[in-house]
Design a protein around this ligand. Structure first.
Ligand SMILES: Nc1nc2c(ncn2[C@@H]2O[C@H](COP(=O)(O)OP(=O)(O)OP(=O)(O)O)[C@@H](O)[C@H]2O)c(=O)[nH]1
Ligand SMILES: [Mg+2]
Length: 286
């Protein structure tokens, strides 16, 4: 996985580049991970985009708990924040996104029309932290017309668009923002889902965090995947040992190979093999 190290200088540069692009943009699409919508958002985004209309896209819903995703959508809507739940891998998003954008921009469309301006395509910019699915989302929108239309005279090199249908254009290079890494729990969740490098946090801690979360909220998913009964296992280490035995993660002499269990568990979780799981709940966070 590509990984960006965010230093203050990088942040300032990313911010400047985004602010420059925003001048010709009608709407910002903020892509977050539906499984951790708060942890995968950027703390400065609203400050950077100011009054620009925004649509929050809870992406990767195929991996998230549908009930929790619905609660998050309600949560955003109650605060007057526009939000949609999407799957950028498999859904056909073009008309859904266009229609929502048109509704959000309706007031300014009417204003332009009343001044005698002709209808024009909307310009959108995609923002989000690494690995949230920005590129996947842009490719999904632009699949019919993957051609650059920018680089016209007077338009800076960065301002090249991809057509998403006839009436919507998205910047071809999405804005990459930093996550909230000052909070330990946030870092743990991002690492658990593979959005920051495992090496930043110890893999054993990430695994224990994941198992404890599942034990609390999704006990059946562990029991089913690893064919075990949690009632018989008092501690998280006992759960690990049992997974190790069930999966044959053993070193010679019959000892448990914990590193193999960590990798097995994290791969299962990240690939959706433990079911559709969400790691952020409104009750715990708001
Ligand atoms: N299951 C699932 N996977 C997704 C979805 N959207 C993106 N992905 C996967 O998530 C990973 C990251 O997606 P990208 O589109 O590369 O993410 P990005 O935000 O462009 O990441 P950076 O370029 O590093 O900032 C890839 O493996 C995608 O295939 C989705 O809706 N569902
Ligand atoms: Mg990308």
């Amino acid at each position: 996985m590509k990984q960006i190290q965010w230093f203050p200088g990088h942040m300032a540069k990313a911010r400047r580049q985004i602010e420059e692009k925003l001048k010709v943009v009608d709407i910002v699409y903020e892509v977050v991970d539906a499984r951790i919508p708060l942890s995968s958002s950027n703390p400065m985004l609203n400050d950077i985009i100011k009054e620009k209309p925004k649509l929050v896209l809870l992406n990767k819903i195929d991996l998230a708990d549908p009930k929790i995703t619905e609660q998050w959508i309600n949560y955003y809507n109650k605060q007057g924040i526009e939000a949609l739940a999407i799957n950028s891998l498999n859904d056909n998003l073009e008309s859904i996104i266009y229609n929502k954008t048109k509704a959000i921009l309706s007031e300014s469309i009417d204003k332009e029309a009343s001044r005698g301006m002709k209808p024009r395509p909307f310009n959108a910019m995609v923002l989000g932290i690494p690995n949230s699915g920005k590129s996947q989302f842009i490719n999904n929108l632009a699949k019919k017309n993957k051609v650059r239309t920018g680089n016209k005279p007077g338009v800076t090199k960065m301002q090249s668009f991809l057509n998403a249908g006839d009436n919507l254009r998205v910047y071809d290079n999405p804005g990459v923002l930093w996550p909230k890494f000052d909070d330990e729990l946030t870092g743990m969740k991002l690492a658990l889902l593979g959005s920051i490098k495992d090496s930043i946090l110890p893999i054993d801690e990430i695994t224990l965090f994941g198992i404890e979360y599942l034990k609390q909220y999704y006990p059946h998913s562990i029991e089913k995947r690893y064919n075990l009964k949690l009632d018989n296992l008092a501690t998280t280490i006992e759960i690990l040992d049992e997974i190790g035995r069930k999966r044959g993660c053993l070193i010679s002499g019959g000892e448990i190979d914990y590193d193999r269990i960590y990798n097995l568990f994290l791969n299962d979780l990240r690939n959706g093999l433990l079911g559709r799981l969400s790691f952020e709940r409104i009750d715990d966070n708001v």
